[in-house]
Design a protein around this ligand. Structure first.
Ligand code: GDP
Ligand code: MG
Length: 291
């Protein structure tokens, strides 16, 4: 039968290309700076039970509110169900040290109702930084399968393969419903376009870029909402998403610097305290000398 389509999606520098290399056995260049993957790269992967997968390494993107060409590559793929490479499963790759920021994109992908796996990469850094994750809690809140990975130590890759094979059992439930953002407005949208995925519409109308022009103009002309209203909605969406992410991480993630084994993480903490201490000390000295 057909290969499973897997798309690797995530913020720049989260380790997408490293995961791609481990899955495919290829050796794409891994970068220390963002934006090195300028277009999608395709590779193949043999999974358990003789199943095969097409693995797509996509350019890094911060959100689906496209503003750059890199981000458009991702959005165009995700909005086009007829694309030969339209993902059966989206693997969102995140960096354990930047979970909060990375999860914004994750919640947007989830809301497209595509089967999604959340890879939390760089797991080798958790101990050093004193990061503790409550994986079952996070899985429940984010309605997703989570795989802890360290491409550096080769940990979690076989778990990821198993999760991909099992993609039909992945949840497609959105974790944040767009309608919680502006109920009245989205009710109107839903009524006007009953056959289209609500989130797709949301993306199309909030794009400033030049694709899907036709659809967008059609939708725009159907609504009297001004452009600034749409922008405001987009900001509202981002705020709502971060509220949700903050609430989730408050319980699901503990960062205890005192337990960090990395000396630098500890020093950072001590130094910021010391710097403040010195500033106050010298401030007082200055006051004494001036008076
Ligand atoms: P991409 O921009 O998402 O494709 O990320 P890359 O695969 O290019 O990796 C970005 C940086 O993260 C590189 O310097 C990698 O060496 C590093 N990196 C990737 N995976 C891991 C990991 O599991 N642990 C650690 N410590 N670093 C990693
Ligand atoms: Mg890359």
């Amino acid at each position: 039968h057909q290969n499973i389509n897997v798309a690797l999606i995530g913020n720049p520098n989260t380790g997408k290309t490293s995961v791609f290399n481990q899955l495919t056995g290829l050796n794409q260049q891994v970068g220390n700076y963002p934006g090195i993957t300028v277009d999608k790269k395709l590779g193949f992967c043999k999974l358990p039970n003789n199943i095969k997968a097409n693995i797509l390494d996509l350019p890094g993107t911060y959100s689906l509110n496209a503003s750059s060409i890199d981000e458009n590559v991702v959005i165009e793929l995700l909005l086009n169900k007829n694309d030969k490479l339209f993902p059966d499963v989206a693997v969102v790759v995140t960096d354990v040290e930047n979970l909060k920021r990375n999860l914004l994109l994750f919640t947007q992908i989830k809301d497209l109702e595509i089967p999604t796996i959340l890879v939390i990469n760089m797991a080798d850094r958790m101990k050093r930084k004193g990061i503790f994750l409550d994986i079952p809690f996070l899985e429940e809140q984010l309605k997703t399968k989570i795989v802890l990975v360290s491409t550096r130590q080769g940990i979690g890759i076989s778990d990821l393969k198993n999760a991909i094979v099992d993609y039909k059992n992945l949840s497609t439930e959105p974790c944040l419903n767009s309608s919680t953002i502006d109920t009245e407005y989205f009710d109107k949208l839903r009524k006007a376009f009953p056959n289209q995925l609500l989130y797709k519409l949301w993306l199309v109308i909030t794009q400033d870029v030049n694709f899907l022009n036709l659809e967008r103009n059609e939708i725009r002309s159907s609504f009297t909402k001004s452009h600034s209203d749409l922008k405001r909605l987009q900001q509202k969406e981002t705020i709502k998403r971060y509220q949700f992410i903050n609430d989730t991480l408050k319980i699901g993630q503990k960062i205890d610097v005192t337990k960090a084994t990395d000396i630098r993480a500890k020093l950072d903490r001590i130094l910021t305290h010391k710097v403040f201490g010195y500033l106050i000390f010298f401030g007082i000295l200055l006051l004494i000398f001036q008076s």
